[in-house]
Design a protein around this ligand. Sequence first.
Ligand code: NAD
Ligand code: GLY
Length: 362
Amino acid sequence: MNTQIVNINLSHCNYSIFINESCFDFNAVAHLLKNRKIAIISNETVAPLYLEPLKQSLKRYNNSLHHLILKDGEQYKNQDSWNQILDFLADNSFNRSDLLMSLGGGVICDMTGFAAASWMRGIDFIQVPTSLLAQVDASVGGKTGINHKKGKNLIGAFHQPLAVIINASTLKTLPEREFKSGLGETTKYGFINQPQFKQWLQEHSEEIIRLNLAIMCQLIAKCCKYKKEIVQQDEKESGIRALLNLGHTFAHAIETYTQYKEYTHGEAVAIGMVMAAQLSVNLGIANDNLRKELEKHLQDFNLLTMLPKAVNATELVELMRLDKKTINNSHRLILLKSIGNAFIQTNVCEKDILQAILSTQH
Ligand code: NAD
Ligand code: GLY
């Protein structure tokens, strides 16, 4: 079996991401599983598909397996679900030496990580991401959290996993819309600082759309490597890590405004990246054709690039004020000089943001 490994080296810990195309392979991390209770956190969609195969893979190393199945959806990435996890850990007497394990998309990964960060001031966890978005982004780098009713991901902590175990064959059951959503988050690496990756995606677009698993493993490994290069330099986002938020301040406002019902995270990120490109053009930072180039690339993967006019752009700008990237009401946004050349722009004025949103509506 061909397993790809991406190692993450941080000042206080190291861990690896293991990517293969056929199974949940814990062989390399067997020593992390022994003599402790394991709580697998999943949801009502993913658990019927993968809880048993996951348990079968773990049983070789551990027989103290517990599981909790939560409701499915971004709207459940909240304090109630987080409390359910904590209650479950309390009811089953989990202590500091025990282990949490996510099994699901980015929502489950973020919540499991945050429960691990907060239970007894921090216990170990392993990420087992099953959506493309979680495999290329959410399970890697230690950002964990839940949404507050006022905004997305407002409650959270940095807490790194012990390992990330990726079985790319789980993508076979991922709904097409969610797969596309994952591609939205995937494309951002090409736009941020890896222009050759945009080219690679174009060259392999057919295999990606046909879900060639060998190519998907390469794609996931590339994204994890791009992300790790940034996270290793700036784990807690005091600088360069903010680049990974390209399009996200717009996206979080879109998701909050539509109450997580209209757009998946990756869809909102795709539209948010177009808004960032438009803003970069309007401010004279980028060449006029940047937006067209970016839109074309997203459309090649059937991603939406515009918001309907019915969305109130002024309200979106107000929601953007609550985003964590806003400092003293001055907007700090990730803009683009060109494809593959993103940078952090501070003091962006709301009039310009509004204009960029309005020109991304139809
Ligand atoms: P999600 O977790 O809601 O998963 C999307 C849908 O696919 C859900 O219905 C889920 O149950 C289902 N699903 C997952 N895997 C499946 C499979 N193999 N087969 C069938 N169905 C499957 O959403 P997502 O797109 O995976 O993640 C989005 C979340 O990730 C957002 O909350 C976002 O804020 C977060 N995120 C976090 C980070 C980070 O660094 N922590 C980065 C990016 C995104
Ligand atoms: N997804 C953005 C980050 O991990 O920093």
